[in-house]
Design a protein around this ligand. Structure first.
Ligand code: EPU
Length: 430
């Protein structure tokens, strides 16, 4: 059972005071997949720069439940062996807590010829179907039976390489078939594959271990199937989390005097940085850092934000950028194209004093600038939860963000790290 905790934030009332350095952790949305991919390995493999977040803990728990051995070498490095895996049944308990558990299905099916899993749960950000997973498995020669809310996917012998066209450029679907293709018979071609950099990083890791994946960073990925992979002598370093980095840049623009966001990949944030520049935010980028400074007294301009698959504006930065738009002059427009109902968090933002108007499940207006006042709010998911914490930092007075469990799913010790750059934030039992 998750602990009931809240963040208490004493806001800066619009002053820009945060300063110093904040180091970006390893990417949640890469590591959850590299951990799942250890199922494709015949021996032990090491993964470093692993963020200490709830979703990683859940994924490691899932691997252990399946029979894997997990050794924590130090705070951010693990050695994992799935040699002793003895089942390909994903428990309801794991699936309920972790939407990303669905990426275990591809490697399990490819290795064991069957996988049994319930409908995956996770954050409440609207309808999250799994039809593309099931259709792809069928194209690879598997039979799918659905009964009592569970899916049993089975193949005679090995999965067969296939041409799979994705009707949506889905991140986890692309990763699932890239992993499944590694142990399939013959060639798998994923067309209209997603381009998120976490996918290419996973692909390069698998290639280092013996996979034959080409077309990474393009929308046609080809995988020539073969034997199980070997992790001998291999330690994969998780790439920096671009969503965490982007959120810190937004926080720096709103509340920072001189903030250095380090150990990140600015080139993964082109869409955000383009928009921040348009809005009038002052920053500079280096090869692995972004410095946000000189924004005292600046007035930001409103923006039209349309979320899009990479390299477009990431849906996972849609809630954080909204906080900036509450402070920008004029009317901004948000068009969330990836998920339905990922705008509901705006209602609570109005209680802070923001002026937003939800037009439908995909579109909203935000009018600014608004004076925000601290409020008690519930975090609906990890991205909106952090956005509320940013709103609390901007606001006058005290903000309580409840359901911190959601925020801990994606951001390591976020309260300690924000405190270190000068934010008055503490954690208490709620
Ligand atoms: N879709 C289908 N059928 C499917 C699967 C997806 O129609 O079987 C649709 C979805 O409904 C959506 C679109 O495809 O409209 C794209 O969603 P996608 O599948 O790419 O999302 P995801 O793979 O489930 C990952 C991240 C999300 C991130 C999205 C988009 C992980 C574990 N999750 O989700 O991250 O928002 O890609 O970039 O990688 C988060 O970290 O807070 C988060 C939600």
């Amino acid at each position: 059972m998750e602990k009931k905790e809240a963040f208490i934030i004493d806001g800066l009332n619009g002053e820009r005071k945060l300063s110093g350095e904040i180091v970006v952790g390893g990417a949640k949305n890469e590591v959850l997949k590299t951990l799942a991919s250890t199922i494709l390995f015949k021996d032990e493999v090491s993964i470093s720069n692993v963020p200490q977040i709830e979703d990683v803990a859940r994924t490691l728990e899932a691997l252990k439940n399946l029979g894997a051995t997990v050794v924590k070498e130090n705070n951010n490095k693990y050695r994992i062996s799935t040699a002793g895996l003895n089942t390909s049944v994903i428990s309801a308990d794991i699936a309920k807590k972790l939407r990303a558990s669905v990426v275990l299905t591809g490697p399990l099916l490819a290795r064991f010829g069957s996988v049994d899993f319930p409908y995956p749960g996770g954050c409440v950000i609207g309808k999250r179907p799994i039809d593309m997973f099931l259709d792809g498995f069928k194209s690879m020669g598997a039979a799918v039976v659905e009964a009592d809310g569970r899916f049993l996917v089975k193949t005679e012998g090995k999965l067969k390489g296939a041409e799979i066209f994705l009707k949506n450029q889905s991140v986890t679907v692309t990763e699932t078939f890239m992993m499944a293709g590694v142990l399939a018979e013959g060639k798998t071609v994923i067309k209209n594959a997603a381009l998120e950099p976490e996918i290419a990083s996973l692909g390069r890791f698998l290639n280092e271990a013996g996979a034959k994946i080409s077309g990474l960073e393009t929308s046609t990925i080809e995988i020539v199937g073969g034997e199980m992979l070997s992790g001998k002598g291999l330690c994969h370093e998780t790439m920096p989390d671009r969503i965490e980095a982007g959120s810190f840049v937004i926080l720096g623009a709103l509340c920072g005097s001189d903030l250095r966001i380090s150990k990140c990949e600015p080139k993964h944030l082109d869409a955000l940085l383009y928009n921040l520049k348009e809005s009038g935010v002052n920053f500079e980028t280096g090869p692995d850092h972004i410095r946000v400074y000189g924004n005292e007294g600046r007035h930001f301009k409103s923006l039209d934000i349309k979320t899009h698959e990479y390299p477009g504006f990431p849906t996972d930065l849609q809630a954080p950028i909204s906080i900036l738009l509450t402070q920008a002059e004029g009317q901004s427009f948000i068009f969330e194209t990836i998920f339905e109902n990922r705008l509901n968090y705006l209602e609570a933002l109005d209680r802070f004093g923001a002026s937003t108007r939800i037009l439908d499940s995909h579109r909203a207006f935000i009018n600014g600038p608004a004076k925000l006042e601290g409020r008690a709010v519930e975090s609906p998911d990890l991205r909106a939860g952090l956005a509320y914490a940013i709103a609390g930092a901007v606001a006058k007075g005290r903000t309580e963000v409840h359901n911190v469990y959601y925020i801990d799913r994606g951001y390591e010790r976020i309260d300690e790290r924000l405190r270190a750059i000068g934010l008055d934030i503490s954690r208490r039992e709620a």
